[in-house]
Design a protein around this ligand. Sequence first.
Ligand SMILES: CC(C)(COP(=O)(O)OP(=O)(O)OC[C@H]1O[C@@H](n2cnc3c(N)ncnc32)[C@H](O)[C@@H]1OP(=O)(O)O)[C@@H](O)C(=O)NCCC(=O)NCCS
Length: 328
Amino acid sequence: MAKAKVKSIGTAVPPKVLSNFDLEKMVDTTNDWIVERTGIHQRHIAAPGVTTSDLSAEAALKALEAGGVSPADVDLIIVATITPDMYLPATACLVQDKIGSKKAWGFDMSIACSGFLYAMQVGGQFIQSGAHKNVVVIGVDVMSSIIDYTDRQTCIIFGDGGGAALLTATESDDEVGFIDFIHEVDGSGGDYLCLPAGGSKLPASHETVDQRKHFVHQEGKVVFKYATRKMPELCVKLLERNGLTGDDVDVFIPHQANLRIITSAVERLKMPMDRVVVNIDQFGNTTAGTLPLAIESAVQRGQLKKGDLVLMATVGAGFSAGAMLLRW
Ligand SMILES: CC(C)(COP(=O)(O)OP(=O)(O)OC[C@H]1O[C@@H](n2cnc3c(N)ncnc32)[C@H](O)[C@@H]1OP(=O)(O)O)[C@@H](O)C(=O)NCCC(=O)NCCS
């Protein structure tokens, strides 16, 4: 069986920046509170009319160019998002058309912050089975479309943007590629981070709009507790079953939900902070977008090099969580 690897990465963030100081003018909050409680300084926000498929297409084209693969040669497009352009058709279909990947099929995956990592695993299986040569995995969210900018607990956290990874097969003598993963969901946490209306449970009505039920609802403390427990737990499990410890990991790329969640995981993994990729200060939590954005930051900073052992981890709504080991 072939092994899957990330051949290249491309990202897309809208140019408009929403700083903590801007938020001070919108809700009862302060820059100091946001920085201290989350590590976020600013986030990017899409202009009206800029959609998930727009950012996805931009990221995908950059990844394809960086990987030297023509859009015409893409076999499969998977878009991880909870902010599709529309309920239907799938955003993957819109991206396929926008980038001109005429022979590609595709679908969306909706698993919130875990989306990109789960989609990488699913895309990787199509490479490993030999079914496909070029798979584009996208993690993008336009969170500003579902955030209530009168709710200070959620609006300070989220931002827009994301990226795409081009997955291909490794060469036979290649040491790089996907090694192992562990993914887990716990649906009993569903109510703590959700978008209450607009689905089959509460279809859109004047009442649901008046009650602001088309925005993200979060019970931050419960989510925080789950995240700080689950992220290190899965990382340790995955490392142990591969005969590794935190010390063996060259680069740790965690989901960027809250700097305090990241640092508590890093303490449990007994890892020095200089091996950890953090860019939440610039982008906030972009949901499915955080991991590709963090990969790109790591490459740009020279923090991630060929041959590095990489641990990625995520946690989010569902509840859902995951960890993945790969050699870059
Ligand atoms: C949302 C979150 C930042 C809140 O931080 P926290 O330290 O848990 O804060 P609390 O909810 O305990 O609130 C502490 C106080 O700050 C207040 N507060 C909440 N948001 C605030 C804000 N933006 N600015 C100022 N004060 C705020 C609260 O009202 C509370 O005040 P009180 O003590 O008078 O009741 C934090 O819970 C969190 O990050 N949770 C996880 C969120 C997440 O990662 N979601 C995505 C998962 S992928």
